[in-house]
Design a protein around this ligand. Structure first.
Ligand code: DPP
Ligand code: ZN
Length: 866
């Protein structure tokens, strides 16, 4: 297969100002007529080439004249017309089969309804079109269907609707904003709608409608609330107002992504939209809030201003993640949000950056763009923007955003142009900063300190190094901000002077690979709190001793670093044990410190819940290589058991004291209390006596919401035995008609670290409710197992790897982009001890050697082997 390269970018040969689409919907044979107003772009004699895949041609006419076989060619990928005028109208008609579309790209059926997913390259499965983001077109869409498809929706404003003979009806939609075809959407079917409205900052009224499965409208209430808060927040934080009179969201059950920002008609995976206390966990609520915001924020960062080409994907995704993270921080508290975002970055992006699939935030080549909807482009892309804001300051950042919106509204643009706006707003040269977009890999930053008691100075020496990544053996130094504060040995903030200015926190910018900074007026021996707030996406190496970390864990006013200190201590203790050199005294000391942190009255429950969670096995595997997954699991369980023993009384006190009082509320404070109570139970399960079994059983049985039900069930799972089997069966029986809850039932079993779990997971693929065509169900079982159950995935027999490879191959025939997203856990094979790594590698080889493999899976599996 041929790679597509950024350096080969050329502007579109033809532009399309207007398109009229006419859909005659029928599940097996939908007719799509398109009328395109086309003009030549520039002085050239190139043929007109339109993308089109899986289309059954019916007719092609140019300026009203049907084109014969010799005047046009149609192959698997393109419609080509060699000789065309400078300006003309092209009318085409094709037939497509939505019912047979299991890729879930283009137009397909979900739950008996028509829906679309066009990003990145799905529109070409609907009709012939220049399927690239830099062709911006005004769309008018007429939809005709049987009346049983009750709602007929597309982007923009409804112009007209009515009845037709033969039990059919129609609707005509017009979107006044030119857009790339990846933002096109259509939905048709029976749906319930939850309606509301808001008045924008300029006083316009906007209708808000959320369409869901019949009977589900009450479960859209939280999403509606999140939408209204998002719309208000974007006005306040970024000065961005919504622009149409109507904003619609539709929830569908079969969906490749989490959600999609189609102009005026967002389509959501129902798992990220529907919630009520009985069926959704606090984590679901949290994600719904952030994804609703994310897709809404795309209206400006993605839709009004879009990407010139798919290499610029981070232009809309990294930026929009940054925006949704900022929103969530405002809604839920900055420190807790920051910790969660960094955990996510470390869990998903760091392995990517340190493995064979490492790529820059802006990649320079790909086979299938679907493979680049990655944690690097999203989460690291957001980190880069966050650093930009730190480096130039909040004011210049906002001014740069304003300039970007003003200058690029209505255009498809590039990362260069985006950064140029901040150069202008800040007056700084950001050419070095641009390397963050072009260079893959996670930098290692080392901080060394030298305190001179007599002179009261602290010298900090910072350096950085980025390990090589595929195709990039030599790395440049990156400009990165390191936020630093000081504490004394008693945990009091220690003020200092830098360049004659008194302060208690400063940002050191590491420019040319190294920096040396002297802080003055440091009265007592300092404990250095470096990289506060995780001010740059790097791995920090310090010469701090454990005692410094204990000071930070107890007292750092920067809550991120307080949490980080605990994580660092736990990580080192577990790695020591996994490496055969356990430090029992250290483990005991750590347990005591965690106990003290738990009794800190000033700290929020949500924060304490995060403190209680030890670094994951995956994170430990990344920290020391070659990794031994069995030893890591053992070490982590040992530390958990020690904590459970040591903190027994406190954990019980929390479990009793944090019981829900009154009505359920999904707000952050209430969710934090539930999180801490469930975290306490989870830890108690590491020391399972009969009282704990009873406690967990009682927790499950008394649960009045899904968060607690899952909390109880998980604890029972960790303990194992009949109590778990009973609860598991009870749970399924109770929820078998609720697909989103059945997903949780699969996912729970997939992350069971117990001995029999692999066999159980294999058996679940034969369960009547397992459906590999549904991405949610597939991921609940397969992705959860492969990425969240390391001790069972890395079964020494290789059966876990074989299971994953079998699933990848089976799903590849159904839905290649979803199959490809399952490859990553095998990609880390070089990081593991050879007895594991070789087995992982063998499965990758088996995948690559399979005939008829999609480009999607081929690209990732072959890169993982290279
Ligand atoms: N729908 C995906 C997202 O919003 C891709 N644009 O990130
Ligand atoms: Zn997005």
């Amino acid at each position: 297969p041929q790679a597509i390269r950024l350096s080969d970018y050329r502007p579109p040969a033809y532009l399309i100002d207007e398109v009229e689409l006419h859909f005659d919907l029928s599940p097996n044979a939908t007719r799509v007529k398109a009328r395109l107003d086309i003009r030549r772009n520039g002085d050239h004699a190139e043929p007109l080439v339109l993308n089109g895949e899986r289309l059954k041609p019916v007719s092609v006419a140019l300026n009203g004249r049907a084109l014969g076989e010799g005047e046009r060619t149609v192959d698997d990928e393109f419609l080509t017309i060699p000789n065309v005028p400078d300006v003309f109208t092209l009318e085409t008609e094709v037939e497509i089969d939505p019912q047979a579309n299991t890729h879930l790209e283009g137009l397909y059926m979900s739950g008996g309804r028509f829906c679309t997913q066009c990003e990145a390259e799905g529109f070409r499965k609907i009709t012939w079109f220049p399927d690239r983001p830099d062709v911006l077109t005004r769309f008018t869409v007429r939809i005709e269907a049987d009346r049983k498809f009750q709602h007929l929706l597309s982007n923009g404003n409804l112009l007209e609707a009515g009845e037709l003979p033969g039990g059919r009806h129609y609707a005509v939609w017009n979107d006044p904003f030119p857009k790339p075809c990846y933002l096109f959407a259509l939905v048709a079917g029976e749906l319930d709608v939850l309606e509301d409205s808001i008045t924008t900052m300029s006083g316009r009224k906007v209708e808000l409608k959320i369409y869901v499965d019949p009977g589900m409208a009450p479960r859209a209430a939280y999403a509606m609330d999140a939408l209204k808060r998002s719309m208000k927040w974007d006005e306040e934080a970024f000065g961005r107002e919504y622009d149409l009179d109507l904003f619609m969201i539709v929830a569908v059950r079969d969906f490749n992504f989490g959600a999609m920002e189609n102009k005026g008609l967002n389509i959501f995976n129902s798992s990220l939209l529907l919630a009520d206390p009985a069926t959704a966990t606090d984590l679901d609520y949290e994600r719904i809030e952030s994804v609703v915001a994310h897709e809404y924020f795309h209206n400006w960062t993605g839709d009004r201003i879009t990407c010139r080409d798919w290499f610029q994907l981070c232009l809309k995704e990294g930026l929009t993640v940054f925006r949704d993270q900022s929103f969530s921080a405002d809604m839920r508290g900055e420190a807790v949000q920051r910790i969660k975002d960094v955990k996510q970055l470390r869990a998903r992006q760091f392995p990517e950056d340190q493995g064979p699939l490492a790529h820059p935030v802006r990649p320079s080549s790909y086979l299938k763009i679907d493979n680049f909807y990655t944690a690097t482009i999203y989460e690291k892309g957001a980190e880069v923007i966050r650093m930009l804001k730190t480096l130039i300051g909040a004011q210049a950042f906002r001014a740069g955003m304003d300039l970007y919106f003003e200058r690029w509204d209505g255009h498809a643009t590039t990362v260069e142009e985006f950064i140029r706006c901040f150069e202008e707003s800040s007056g700084q040269d950001l050419s070095d900063f641009f390397a963050w977009y072009e260079q893959a890999g996670t930098p290692k930053v080392t901080v060394k300190r030298r305190y001179d008691e007599a002179a009261r100075t602290l010298e900090l020496e910072l350096s950085q190094e980025t390990p090589p990544t595929p195709g990039q053996p030599n790395k440049r130094p990156l400009p990165l901000p390191v936020a630093v504060g000081l504490l004394d040995a008693e945990g009091r903030t220690l003020a200092f002077e830098r360049d004659g200015q008194a302060m208690d926190e400063t940002v050191i910018v590491l420019k040319d690979g190294a920096a040396k900074v002297t802080l003055h007026g440091v009265d007592r021996p300092p404990v250095v709190s470096a990289l506060r707030g995780f001010s740059a996406p790097v791995t920090l190496i310090t010469d701090a001793e454990p005692k410094d970390r204990y000071v930070l864990l107890a007292s750092d006013p920067d809550l991120f670093n307080r949490w980080e200190a605990g994580q660092g201590l736990a990580r080192d203790l577990m790695l020591a044990r996994a490496g055969g050199a356990p430090n029992e005294v250290g483990e005991e000391r750590f347990a005591e410190a965690v106990g003290r942190a738990l009794t800190d009255q000033a700290a929020e429950p949500a924060f304490k819940a995060l403190l209680l969670a030890l670094p994951s096995e995956q994170e430990l595997a990344l920290a020391r290589q070659p990794a031994d997954p069995a030893a890591i699991h053992e070490a982590r369980e040992t530390l958990r058991t020690r904590l459970a023993l040591h903190l027994d009384e406190e954990l019980r006190r929390l479990h009793t004291g944090l019981q829900q009082l009154g009505e359920f509320s999904p707000d952050a404070v209430s969710a934090g209390r539930r999180a801490l109570r469930n975290a306490a139970l989870d830890l108690m399960a590491a020391n399972p006596r009969s009282e704990v079994v009873e406690l967990a059983r009682g927790h499950y049985e008394a649960a009045s919401n899904m968060t607690d039900a899952i909390g109880g069930l998980s604890a029972l799972m960790l303990i194992g035995g009949q109590a778990f089997e009973d609860a598991l069966a009870h749970f399924y029986d109770r929820w078998k008609d609720e697909p989103l809850v059945v997903d949780k039932w699969f996912a729970l079993q997939a992350r069971d670290p117990g001995d029999g779990a692999l066999g159980r997971v294999l058996g679940l693929t034969a369960h009547p409710a397992f459906d590999p065509k549904n991405p949610n169900r597939l991921r609940a079982l397969v992705s959860t197992f492969a990425s969240m159950n390391p001790s069972r995935f890395h079964d020494p027999s290789g059966a876990g790897y074989r299971f994953l490879a079998d699933q990848i191959l089976a799903v590849d025939a159904i839905n290649p982009s979803v199959a490809a997203r399952l490859v990553e856990p095998l990609g880390g094979w070089r990081r593991y001890r050879p007895e594991y790594g070789e087995l992982m590698k063998a499965e990758l080889q088996r995948i690559v050697g399979t005939e008829g493999l999609s480009k999607n899976v081929y690209e990732l599996a072959s890169k993982a082997l290279a």
